[in-house]
Design a protein around this ligand. Sequence first.
Ligand code: SAH
Length: 220
Amino acid sequence: KSLVKLLREEGAVKSDRVACVMEKLDRALFIAEGERNLAYMDCPMQIGFNATISAPHMHGSCLELLNKHLQPGMHALDVGSGTGYLTAAFALLVGDQGRAVGVEHIPELVEQSIKNVKRSPAASLLEPGVLSLHVGDGRLGWPEHAPYNAIHVGAAAPQVPQPLIDQLKPGGRMVIPVGEGAQELVVIDKGPDGSLKQWTASSVRYVPLTSKDEQLRGGV
Ligand code: SAH
């Protein structure tokens, strides 16, 4: 609660809805047992395989940017789902009539993320398939449950993958870090007529959206 209070004071969290879901989803449940004392610090943490769980202020900012597109019954895609934290938050927001799909290319992280979700308040959404976490190359999206009202990408792409644009629903929004080295958090709004509007929310630093081999070779 005090972490969420801090995020509100800093402006990363603005709405009661996002504050409420972040209070409900204890970040410590998504972190290895031995490191849980660090769970409420506002910084990213290593989760193995050259990946990190994003800092709480980034989770908060992305949830705020996508809030209107995570209404009950909507479909959300989380590319590079890592620990499963944001996919679980999406599932709680879209509710039992909606769908939250996570795609992550490291099988061990997907397995762990399912364990994380199982001990969280989003656990009951797994069985009916409201929340699902899959092994796959997220640059291809997840066509099965497309189109998505909200697409979040948790790793920085050199450019926006076309399949993700194609899987965004008219009226939907994608939040994606773009760039190599200097990165920007880019917001892409697809109009009801399919037209695209793109703007930059902030400068950021994410792990790269890349191939599994490249990620395991590189150091973060
Ligand atoms: N939002 C997640 C962020 C995890 S870090 C969290 O807070 O837990 C980004 C994740 O993207 C890493 O787990 C990494 O393995 C994954 N990733 C990178 N490239 C990918 C790709 N092409 N397909 C799927 N996942 C990818």
